[in-house]
Design a binder for this molecule. Sequence first.
Ligand code: SAH
Length: 234
Amino acid sequence: MSLYTAHDADHGPASQDRYAQARQGMVENIRSMAATNHWGARPMAENVLLALSKVPRHCFVPPDLRAHAYGNHPLPIGNGQTISQPYIVALMTDWLALDKQHRVLEIGTGSGYQTAVLSELAGQVYSLEVLPQLAASVAKLLADLGYRNVHVKAGDGCAGWPAHAPYDRIIVTAAARHIPQPLLDQLKPGGRLVIPVGGLIDVQQLQLITKDAAGQFHREDIESVRFVPFIGAD
Ligand code: SAH
């Protein structure tokens, strides 16, 4: 019998143990990738690795792909969208430098996996997904898995989510040519924004934008990445 079988009981606590070893392998792989990264070796924060070792990634991929859930690569989740590569999820989370007091805005809920990782490390997570059906199903999945500090809404992330602004941290998981102004406006002074910038054919740059106490922005390139495009941004 195969180690991995896809059925609903895969969400249950006992069955999650079957994935624990694969999940730990993924975490160790990410740890060594970060330490040897040719863009600049940098140890991955232990709290980020711990969060990844807790989140049941197999619950966020389609049932027929669960056997591949802990490989270090992106996977299709339907609707032409993808669940990001675990290393990229870890990298973006690491650059956010989260703590339990933080209010976080995520643009591009997708599978909800990154949302769950943020939920482990932040105070409140507000996540916007442009595809309404995906937003509804992922909101239910996150609630079923017990993530209480996440709020998922269908909507265009270009406008941000003004009702809960300002945010300590903002993460965008689709590539935009330009950073939408509302996201910059909704970032707190002292806050951090992590976003892939660039078009589909260009190489996209993962960027860290910081807003200083005077409201001035500073940019740092992290590394080259490939994300699905931000829908609706020019
Ligand atoms: N972090 C996610 C990655 C999802 S892929 C994961 O690991 O699963 C990017 C997601 O961004 C897709 O679900 C896509 O529908 C969504 N998206 C694209 N443009 C958007 C926009 N303007 N507003 C909100 N979500 C958007």
